[in-house]
Design a protein around this ligand. Structure first.
Ligand code: ZN
Length: 373
């Protein structure tokens, strides 16, 4: 081990200690004021002409080699509001398989926007990339009345005006197929949460194939990981500004070293991210269960969404937000993903995943999202 690596190990130990002392265990704490009954909600599916309930404006680019659906992997989702597109980018060159999931919480714009850019811009040069840009189609279809926000954002892009939906955190109650219980018990563990959490896809992994909608969606993602032989899986999220989770990478314990090296690489680019690893006690989360129930390395990226602050009121301009403009949130998602893939490649025994065509931080800072849509 050379001097640089020793320095990295020493720095990692400091980082891990800091992380353990100042970061709450497990990401995605239930947000305050989350709706718990259908009476607080309203559908917005017909509010915007041309965009149907639960769909997003994703335009497949030159790297797409096939498009399927979650229901291809779990037939019980067919013709349901839980179905969602699955895009495959295959280089044709043998290598590893990466999976990117965004929009688990349909109010977390940066992940959905970053994943949409991958679908529209990325070209694989080795291995495969599978992208689910808006996993929670049901959540895209309604407004959270406890924290109402504009139900779409507008980008006057190079290709024309684009609209991207802004939905809600949970599966819509009417879609779930089961009323919220008083308490939700995670099916694969004894963890007990508030009843509405049964509609939180990121509390449902590894999922239940014949369960309520959120549990079926989670089971479909697990099926993709297994059927496609996914080697590295990355879940894109955001959190409110006051959350300890913001600007963080969470890793399954078996692959925390890849996250550590990614965080140092990002620091070299002046992108500062914190580290956490999956809790043993807090179950049902992607990075925990994907990694525990498959051979895949599993990670979660958290950026900042100012609209999730329950006291901030509506955020009408994500693109030009003074503290957290969308370009920066998307750039951090893409840089973190790239860093995780690069560091996965360095230790992978099953080949690598390599892609090009995706804007880097400096591109987005200089030209804005408008230039790339
Ligand atoms: Zn989230």
């Amino acid at each position: 081990m050379n001097g640089t690596n020793w320095n990295r190990v020493a720095s990692w130990l400091v980082l891990a200690l800091l992380s353990a002392s100042c970061v709450s265990r497990g990401p995605e704490s239930p947000s305050a004021g989350t709706p718990s009954t259908g009476t607080e909600l309203s559908s917005v599916g017909t509010e915007l002409k041309g965009i149907l309930i639960g769909t997003q404006d994703v335009r497949p680019g030159p790297g797409i080699t096939s498009r399927g659906w979650l229901s291809d992997y779990l037939p019980g989702l067919e013709n349901s509001p839980g179905d969602s597109p699955v895009y495959v980018l295959d280089s044709g060159v043998p290598g590893a398989t990466a999976l990117v999931v965004a929009g688990t919480h349909a109010n977390e714009l940066a992940g959905m926007t970053a994943a949409t850019l991958l679908v529209e811009k990325a070209v694989l040069t080795r291995g495969r990339l599978i992208v689910i840009p808006h996993l929670n189609s049901s959540g895209l279809s309604y407004v959270d009345r406890s924290n109402p926000q504009p139900s779409w954002i507008r980008i006057d892009a190079a290709s024309g005006t684009r609209f991207f939906r802004y939905g809600s955190r949970f599966v819509y109650p009417e879609h779930q197929g089961q009323r919220d219980p008083v308490r939700y018990t995670h099916p694969a563990s004894s963890v007990s949460l508030a009843g509405a959490e049964q509609r939180n896809i990121n509390r449902a992994y590894p999922g239940v194939v014949d369960g309520p909608l959120a549990q079926r969606v989670a089971a479909a993602v697990m099926a993709i990981i297994r059927v496609e032989g996914v080697d590295i899986a990355v879940d894109m999220h955001e959190a409110r500004p006051s959350s300890k989770l913001v600007w963080m990478i969470v890793a399954n314990p078996k692959n925390v070293d890849v996250a550590v090296n990614t965080i140092f690489d990002l620091e070299d680019k002046d992108i500062l991210m914190k580290l956490d690893q999956s809790s043993e006690e807090f179950r049902g989360l992607s990075h925990r269960e994907w990694g525990d129930h498959s051979d895949a390395m599993a990670f979660l990226i958290e950026t900042v969404n100012p609209a999730q602050d329950p006291d901030a009121g509506p955020v009408t301009d994500h693109l030009r937000h003074p503290l957290f403009p969308l370009w920066k949130r998307v750039a951090v998602q893409l840089e973190a993903l790239s860093g995780l893939v690069v560091n996965f490649n360095l230790v992978s025994e099953v080949g690598t995943v390599e892609y090009q065509g995706v804007p880097v931080y400096e591109d987005l800072e200089a030209r804005g999202l408008e230039a790339f849509f």
